[in-house]
Design a binder for this molecule. Structure first.
Ligand SMILES: *Cc1c(COP(=O)(O)O)cnc(C)c1O
Length: 391
């Protein structure tokens, strides 16, 4: 073999079958090959296991899919390049022109834009309700045959708790599928309910470190497989290196989750006694309207605390800017604490009624609680609240 050929066909390193790497290697290869055509065709025909092209499947992605499906209590999962792709792509695969979707005002803004604006262009009709209004859901579904209900719990950003048992029962009775964006609850929560599909932004708690993007759609293998062909063509693939980093992040998922939930509970309790805070939304507080439901549905209450700072948007802005340990930015679930000030809460385009449902006030600030020493976080919050009060 000449050198010019050698560089494209480098020496092969064979790892003996009884000599395994402790951490699974990254299969950073787009293509996989068999020795002959029959075996390749056998894979296409579902007669044998294997891999062919990484847009469709890849061993590094497969390992993470199996893990996430198991945590969520289902047997099917597909990974995507972002959390919003794990919502938009399955919706495209599931819906057709003329289908009706129900969604909620208390929801991640891009999901609302996807259903209310983008899918609408393709003839998908929709009704937006409040997650508190399950009687309204019953009425909407009785009035209009519905293909899909898309919801969150806890909702982003005000942390309302959906009554999942009742919501899924209504949807099933009317022959609709349910998709729960379970990002704020985590992979270990809500699997006991009759939810057809779970979407997760892996950018948040799977990565955990704010340095990788990804998404997952999880459900029965049957439902996931029914979308597989369309999703392969739509092409929202996650890169194997990102999947490897997400897999690494998952090893510390419960350690981070438990510690961040503990910190969030402490922060919520502290702020609920603070005179400069008008209201604390955290389902772990006994005074929270969602507390009883959350206790029935979840073993823990998450890592987000949303507050209303006295003095509205100006005070909320001063508060966010005075914080030193919390960075002003999007996203959540990082090791560092983060803050979304009032001006960056996306409730724009709502009617007065929808604004009421969304429950976002002029001084609403979302805090994503990190892994710092909680006493430092509390000191920082106290100092910033003091600063917010003195402009
Ligand atoms: C962040 C987030 C998403 C979108 O995830 P990306 O990875 O940023 O695309 C969807 N839903 C919720 C609830 C989120 O917090």
């Amino acid at each position: 073999m000449r050198k010019r050929t050698r560089v494209t066909h480098p020496p092969e390193v064979k790892v003996p079958p009884d000599n395994r790497p402790l951490v699974a290697p990254i299969y950073q290869s787009v293509k996989f090959t068999f020795d002959d055509v029959d075996e390749t065709l056998g894979l296409f025909q579902g007669k044998r296991e294997g891999f062919y092209y990484s847009r469709i499947s890849n061993p590094t992605l497969r390992q993470l899919e199996l893990l996430l499906a198991e945590l969520q209590g289902r047997d099917g999962c597909l990974l995507m390049g972002s959390g919003i792709a794990a919502i938009s792509i399955p919706l495209i695969a599931l819906l057709k022109s003329g289908d009706h979707v129900v969604y909620f005002a208390e929801q991640y803004q891009p999901t609302r834009a996807l259903i209310g604006r983008v899918l609408r262009r393709f003839g998908v009709t929709s009704t937006m309700l409040s997650i508190d209004d399950l009687d309204g859901l019953e009425r909407a579904m009785a009035a209009t045959p519905t293909r899909l209900v898309v919801f969150e719990s806890p909702t982003n950003p005000v942390l309302k708790i959906a009554d999942i048992e009742r919501l899924t029962a209504i949807a099933r009775r009317h022959g609709a599928l349910t998709l729960l964006d379970n990002t704020l609850a985590g992979f270990h929560n809500h699997g006991q309910f009759a939810v057809d599909l779970f979407a997760h932004s892996l950018t948040k708690f799977a990565s955990g470190h704010g340095d990788v993007m990804g998404g997952a759609i999880i459900g029965s293998a049957e439902l996931i497989d029914s979308m597989r062909g369309d999703i392969g063509i739509l092409g929202p693939t996650l890169d194997p290196h990102a999947a490897f980093l997400l897999q690494r992040g998952m090893k510390t998922y419960f350690v981070r989750w438990d510690a961040q939930c503990r910190n969030a509970q402490r922060v919520a309790e502290h702020l609920s006694r603070h005179p400069q805070v008008e209201r604390v939304r955290y389902p772990g507080l006994p005074s929270d309207p969602g507390h009883a439901l959350a206790l029935r549905q979840m073993p823990d209450f998450g890592t987000i605390v949303t507050i209303d700072v006295a003095g509205g948007e100006e005070a909320g802005t001063r508060f966010a800017e005075a914080l030193e340990l919390f960075s002003i930015t999007a996203s959540l679930g990082s090791t560092e604490s983060l803050v979304v000030p009032p001006a960056l809460q996306k409730s724009k385009g709502f009617t007065t009624e929808q604004l009421q449902w969304s429950d976002i006030g002029p001084g609403t600030v979302r805090l994503s609680i990190g892994l710092e020493d909680v006493n430092d976080l509390i000191d920082d919050l106290d100092k910033a609240l003091l600063a917010a009060n003195h402009d």
